[in-house]
Design a protein around this ligand. Structure first.
Ligand code: CA
Ligand code: CA
Ligand code: CA
Length: 246
């Protein structure tokens, strides 16, 4: 077993949840497939940001970045070669994310400049919120995401701080990395064990998945939790706790 898999036994499942969130954000027309039109739509939304709208050179960089994502995705995941990528094809490339590092690093600066509306070299909370809304094409409740991202607590995201979060967003499989939340909260995972509990309790909970609902209700509860599964998560902070199993 790979060492990282030992540290994060749910890493494979975590990556799937993360990729599902990316898919849903990119599929702006909600037709169940990603194609170049979806990524052009994201570029168009970013082009409407004030700083980008007033800077043709930056707008060109944004177009190159966003359409470059589509080119990479199509090359890696479009098995049918029909110019469309479904969620199953995205999930099939779940283990290839680390190979994207060079491309990810090359795109960080362009996204940072597009988001930094007032050009002061830092991303404020308000600027970050507009990034999340632009990313999803709709208003998104970011909750306490910004505080989780701003690890040094200076209420801004600097360029290097943003670059680290951006790399985590694209390629990390460590559920404890805050960068997963850079573009907003991820979707709620399917019913999973309560991961704040000890490893023993997690294993116990996973074994309970094999029992009938009646047997599960009758079985003794362990680990001090409120039950053997948890209702859907409600905040980014609880979401991180959910996945932090080490
Ligand atoms: Ca679509
Ligand atoms: Ca700024
Ligand atoms: Ca900061």
């Amino acid at each position: 077993m790979h060492p990282r898999e030992r540290r994060f036994p749910l890493a494979g499942e975590f990556r799937r949840t993360k990729l599902t969130g990316m898919f849903l954000a990119f599929d702006a027309d909600r037709n169940g497939y990603l194609d170049q039109h979806d990524f052009q739509g994201l570029a168009d939304r970013i082009h409407r940001q004030p700083r980008v709208a007033g800077d043709p050179e930056l707008a060109q960089r944004v177009s190159e970045v966003t359409l470059g994502w589509w080119d990479h995705l199509a090359a890696a995941a479009d098995r049918g070669g029909n110019g469309q990528v479904g969620l199953d094809e995205v999930l099939a490339m779940v283990d290839r994310l680390p190979a994207m590092l060079d491309h990810v690093n090359a795109t960080s600066d362009a996204v940072f400049d597009a988001v930094d509306e007032n050009g002061d070299g830092r991303i404020s909370r308000a600027e970050h919120r507009r990034l999340v809304d632009t990313w999803h094409g709709q208003e998104v409740d970011t909750g306490d995401v910004f505080e989780l991202l701003d690890r040094d607590g200076d209420r801004r995201l600097g360029r290097s701080e943003f670059a680290l979060l951006w790399a985590q967003f694209w390629i990390s499989d460590n559920p404890a990395d805050p960068g997963h939340l850079l573009c907003g909260p991820l979707p709620e995972p399917a019913r999973r064990p309560v991961c704040e509990l000890s490893r023993t309790a997690v294993e116990f909970c996973m074994s309970m998945d094999t029992l009938s609902p009646r047997a599960a209700r009758a079985a003794p509860r362990r680990g001090g939790g409120s039950g053997w599964t948890r209702s859907p998560l409600r905040s980014p902070r609880s979401w991180i706790r959910h996945w932090r199993t080490g």
